[in-house]
Design a binder for this molecule. Structure first.
Ligand code: DGL
Length: 265
């Protein structure tokens, strides 16, 4: 394996939700080449067992390492919650994950709410990570299982989504949280709605933006930032091309989705 500063960054997710992280990376680091892997045939992971997620995660990390990536980014909160150590154990290149990035950004909070998929919330990974950076904070978590399908349906500003958000966030409002961590790839798309429901007094932590900052810092520290200032290459590997893939993918990415390759596993 040979990686250098010109090598791509490998980003992966259970589906196309991780494109919110790719979007943040493209904006923050416009000269970096990126290889993305989305397991669109097997998504969602957020309701699967830890063993299954660890197995799928290993397969994906190995695939990207064979593409000679210089850094691995676990963009999926669910994989980061239960399988980040698995990736770190097998990877010769640095591994960053969205949970750590989100926890760093949330550390200014005193009463911190975390929302995510059932697997992410049940793992307690966010609470552990936040406590590492902010030991005195109080953390309140809430699984929001319906948010992923609602976002994929495109109901970003829909009455049904608003009602679901009001119901899910009730317990966090009762705890008077000052910070809300959006602990799932899909939730940054719900930011305007969540802001309306929570009010301006609650800081929303978008782990995609936080992740892009961490990647920039690690590349600089390890002298791995791409010195080239030419148009970078973006490749997207997926295990299936489901219905409305292009539309949904472009909504997450915020631009046209080109160079899509299908991997048959
Ligand atoms: N990517 C997942 C996450 O960030 C959401 C979709 C899924 O359940 O696989 O938790």
């Amino acid at each position: 394996m040979s990686t250098n500063a010109h090598s791509p960054i490998g980003v992966f997710d259970s589906g196309i939700g991780g494109l919110t992280v790719v979007r943040a990376l493209m904006e923050r680091l416009p000269y970096e080449n990126i290889v993305y892997f989305g397991d669109t045939a097997r998504v969602p992971y957020g309701v699967k067992s830890v063993e299954t997620i660890a197995h799928f995660t290993t397969q994906i990390a190995q695939f990207l390492l064979e593409k000679d990536v210089k850094l691995l980014v676990i963009a999926c909160n669910t994989m980061a919650a239960v399988a980040s150590q698995v990736v770190k154990d097998l990877s010769p290149v640095p591994v960053l994950d969205v949970i750590d990035a989100g926890a760093v950004s949330a550390r200014g909070g005193k009463r911190i709410g975390v929302i995510g998929t059932p697997t992410t919330i049940n793992s307690n990974a966010y609470a552990r990570a936040i406590h590492d950076y902010a030991p005195d904070s109080r953390i309140h978590s809430q699984a929001c299982a319906l948010f992923v399908p609602l976002v994929e349906e495109g109901w970003l500003d829909h009455e049904v989504t608003r009602l679901a958000a009001q119901e899910y966030l009730k317990s966090l409002q009762a705890e008077h949280i000052d910070t809300l961590v959006l602990g799932c790839t899909h939730y940054p798309l719900l930011k305007p709605l969540l802001r309306q429901v929570m009010g301006d007094g609650v800081a929303l932590v978008d782990s995609a933006e936080a992740m892009a900052e961490q990647v920039a810092a690690v590349l600089a520290e390890k002298h791995l930032a791409n010195p080239g200032h030419t148009q970078p290459r973006y490749d997207f590997y997926v295990t299936d091309v489901p219905l409305r893939f292009q539309t949904i993918g472009e909504r997450f990415l915020g631009r046209t989705l080109n160079n899509v390759h299908v991997v048959k596993w």
